[in-house]
Design a binder for this molecule. Structure first.
Ligand code: FAD
Length: 324
């Protein structure tokens, strides 16, 4: 049994979730006493490709044709399936992010493979091949057994901590037979956020605020706390809907689902739809002036108090802690 992992590079660089997927695939291969091969599509530095070896893959295939420079779901699917066939891979691993979600189902159909999307652990092979994943917006877990010979798994970001070793992978060029019809959508324009802040789905520290902040003019104290911690900012849905904050900050059932190590919720009531996207956080801190706010039930630490008093004090305390 061989394992192929799609190692996503964005703007020519691997993401944190890429290392997680590669490490997951390598651990999976170890479990089955086989090896894992990574596949990268699009621009990537040779050194970055070889460095994937640190996370346990021995070989990296690189599909670097110019027409694959931009993400194309149909064409990328074909390349991944072709690489899986070329490597006789029985398991294909991807990251459960927006591109991975677009690819996993298509790859599974092409390979006639069973799919588990959003897995959070390596398979239990005691009786078959069973994966654990959160369901019902994280309120429960399902154990899903894949029955087919070939298998596709997308791995939830932040599900495991990849450990870098000292290995280096060999890099080989890979080409799949692609036709013009594989490129049926074209990226016309891309607007990037001019920020070096960690994107929400990958953030380990998140400072989030809600309608309790009263208006967008009051976000200064939220941003200062986030900057002090090195955290990414998020918000509740009504805050994004009313234009106080950009939509990409909206977390919850209809927004981004996150799984940081620390989630600080300020002036957010803790509605079920909000919790659905944040309840996988390892530690939740709630600051709310209403001691009856439902969020306190989900909190590891709670501060009952006015955000306009508590947040600046917390930021000052963190600053002096950092300085000492
Ligand atoms: C289908 C559907 C999907 C939805 N999806 C989402 C989603 O993805 N994400 C999401 O967030 N919501 C979602 N919602 C909306 C959700 O139900 C809530 O309405 C929303 O989360 C409430 O946002 P909030 O907590 O910021 O505001 P509020 O509910 O108004 O809560 C504000 C909180 O701030 C506290 N507060 C006020 N002043 C202060 C102060 N000075 N200091 C400290 N605390 C203070 C209050 O006590 C209160 O608890 C969805 C709703 C529906 C119907």
């Amino acid at each position: 049994m061989a394992v192929l992992v799609y190692a996503e590079f964005v703007d020519g660089k691997p993401k944190k979730s890429t290392f997680e997927a590669v490490y997951y695939a390598a651990q999976l291969a170890k479990q089955f006493q086989t090896s894992a091969v990574a596949l990268t599509i699009g621009p990537a530095d040779a050194a970055d490709l070889a460095a994937l070896g640190q996370y346990g893959v021995e070989k990296v295939l690189h599909a670097s044709e110019a027409k694959l420079e931009q993400f194309q779901s149909k064409a990328y699917t074909k390349v991944i399936a072709a690489a899986a066939d070329a490597q006789s891979a029985d398991v294909v691993v991807l990251t459960h992010n927006s591109n991975g979600k677009a690819l996993a189902g298509r790859v599974a159909v092409r390979l006639e493979a069973g799919l588990v999307s959003g897995a959070i652990a390596l398979p239990d092979t005691a009786a078959g091949f069973t994966l654990r994943k959160p369901v019902f917006s994280g309120k429960a877990f399902a154990q899903i057994s894949i029955q087919t010979g070939r298998k596709v798994i997308s791995v939830n970001p932040n599900s495991l901590k990849p450990e870098a070793g000292s290995g280096s992978a060999t890099v080989e060029a890979f080409q799949a037979a692609l036709q013009d019809s594989d490129f049926d959508a074209k990226l016309v324009k891309r607007e990037t956020m001019s920020t070096d802040v960690v994107p929400l789905p990958e953030a380990e520290l998140v400072v989030s605020a809600g309608r309790g902040m009263k208006g967008p003019e009051n976000w200064g104290i939220i941003e200062e706390l986030a900057t002090t911690l090195g955290a990414t900012t998020a918000c509740s849905r009504p805050v994004a809907d009313t234009g106080w904050r950009p939509h990409h900050e909206h977390v919850g059932q209809t927004g981004v689902a996150i799984k940081p190590n620390l989630y600080i919720a300020i002036g957010i009531s803790g509605a079920i739809q909000h919790l659905a996207g944040v309840n996988q956080s390892k530690t939740i801190v709630v600051i709310n002036k209403d001691s009856e706010a439902p969020f306190f039930k989900a909190a590891d630490y709670g501060v009952v108090g006015d955000a306009f008093e508590v947040v600046p004090k917390l930021t000052e305390a963190l600053k002096s802690f950092k300085n000492s």
